[in-house]
Design a protein around this ligand. Structure first.
Ligand code: SF4
Length: 463
């Protein structure tokens, strides 16, 4: 069953890689054998957990040895406006006896314990490598527990060994499609209802965009999965339009919702001023197409004019300090073309951008923004990155925490823009924030002090 699901995900017609394949190639799926180290950036379980953990009011129970949960617990900074239950780590912590006799009873008892103590609206049960290899059937256990406790118990069957993080994201999407979305009816719906898919509310980024939509009377009925509540996800099939924020992670949800519930979707981004504007326009266009009053268009344009002017005014305070500064952009999940255009809006020059996880269209968009000579980096080793800073070919590094030392060891500033970041960069407000953080990093007064030779070196030079 899991094999069929994986094949189904690999054959996803919405996936841009699949679109470029012939029918015959597509039928074969993505059969490339995994190489050792293929899950180094996170295993499939990790990907599934990242994708679903931001659903705030459910209990996320990991069936496996304690390290699987310990490895990924609460490291994403996804914010909640209500319940904090999602931040509690639940695991069956299976032991040798479970491996010998099977861990299904242990899992059932753990589900009962979680429900007795916390009474969440649902429990998500995550499969990991060890119980998958000994043959624990989490689907069967979840079904029995659902009947016994009269509560949705959702199996998320993405053990780590089946592939990398991205596959896990998609399998998580499949779990929502199979067991959650469409299982409840909302009390009411309006012509202004949308879902945002692939937005995880990292550092509260969703809340930088929601006020704009609120201002227009557009209701975010569900965000999958940032700051989501279980019942909102279950009722999300009544929205009028879907926005896909990160196409690689959950395209299967958007496409299948279109197929099953006739909800049109578009792919957009809230990184950067022009992308935010484009996304607001596209949301409005889809809602009007789906029956919302046409006057929404004029209200959207008025809001865009007002917000853009305000953002530019605030960015102008920094542009003269940042103009011409050279940025090396090394990002994983965040769509690099969105960040490239955001940086250019701030007057900076992007000397290189990673495209390791970018789709063909992403690369085309980068070329469009940066020109045909765009320096796109498929994979930059830490040594090469270090050399770039040593030779002063860049002034600041924007990346995740793992590559920060390439800049810091060269006494160059670094700004965290990956999932673990502490600042929110979405929407107009977010762009101002990003520019402000780059400015703070570049003009931190410690750099001149740090770059000065040490007093003992100066003494030696004098003697
Ligand atoms: S699911 Fe497997 S690969 Fe992932 S953390 Fe657990 S043991 Fe490691």
């Amino acid at each position: 069953m899991l094999q069929n699901k994986i094949q189904d995900v690999f054959n996803e017609p919405g996936c841009s890689k699949n679109q470029s394949k012939s029918d015959k190639e597509r039928k074969k799926g993505c059969t490339k054998a995994l190489q050792p180290g293929g899950a180094a950036g996170g295993c499939a379980f990790d990907g599934a957990k990242i994708a679903l953990q931001p659903i705030t009011d459910v209990a996320h129970l990991v069936h496996g040895p304690i390290a699987c949960e310990g490895n990924s617990w609460d490291n994403r900074g996804s914010k909640s406006s209500g319940s904090q239950l999602y931040r509690t780590g639940f695991t069956t912590d299976i032991n040798e006896l479970d491996v010998v006799y099977g861990g299904e009873k242990h899992l059932f008892k753990s589900i009962k314990e979680v429900i007795d103590k916390y009474d969440p609206p649902a429990v998500f049960v995550y499969q990991t490598c060890v119980p998958a290899m000994i043959g624990d059937d989490i689907e069967a256990v979840c079904k029995a527990a659902s009947q016994k406790f009269a509560k949705p118990i959702i199996p998320v069957n993405a053990p780590g060994f089946v592939g990398a993080k991205n596959l896990g994201n998609k399998l998580a999407g499949e779990a929502l499609l199979d067991y959650v979305i469409g299982t409840e009816e909302p009390e009411y719906s309006t012509p202004y209802d949308i879902n945002i898919i692939g937005e995880y509310n990292l550092s509260g980024e969703l809340w930088q965009v929601k006020p704009l939509l609120d201002h227009l009377g557009i209701r975010v009925t569900c965000c999958i999965s940032g700051d989501a509540k279980y019942h909102d996800v279950a009722q999300s099939h009544r929205a009028r339009a879907n926005m896909m924020v990160c196409s690689k992670s959950m395209i299967n949800i958007a496409r299948k919702m279109e197929e099953r519930y006739q909800i049109p979707f578009f792919e957009g981004s809230f990184y950067g001023i022009s992308d935010t504007t484009e996304s607001l326009r596209e949301i409005t266009r889809l809602l009007i197409q789906q029956g919302a009053p046409a006057e929404l268009h004029d209200r959207t344009e008025a809001l865009i004019a007002q917000e853009e002017a305000r953002a530019w005014q605030r960015i102008a305070e920094y542009t003269h300090r940042l103009r011409g500064k050279r940025v090396l952009l090394f990002t994983g999940g965040v769509k690099s073309w969105s960040v490239v255009s955001a940086l250019q809006e701030g007057g900076m020059e992007v000397v290189g951008t990673s495209v390791k996880k970018s789709t063909k269209e992403d690369k085309e968009k980068i070329k469009e923004i940066m020109g045909q000579d765009a320096h796109m980096i498929d994979d930059l080793t830490p040594r090469e990155m270090y050399k770039m800073f040593q030779e002063a070919r860049a002034d600041v590094l924007l990346s995740g925490g793992r590559s920060q030392f390439a800049a810091l060891k060269n006494k160059m500033p670094w700004v965290d823009i990956n999932q673990e970041r502490h600042h929110a960069y979405n929407g107009y407000e977010g762009m101002v924030n990003l520019v402000k953080q780059i400015d703070l990093a570049l003009y931190n007064p410690m750099w001149p002090l740090l770059r000065k030779p040490a007093p003992w070196d100066m003494r030696e030079a004098q003697t």
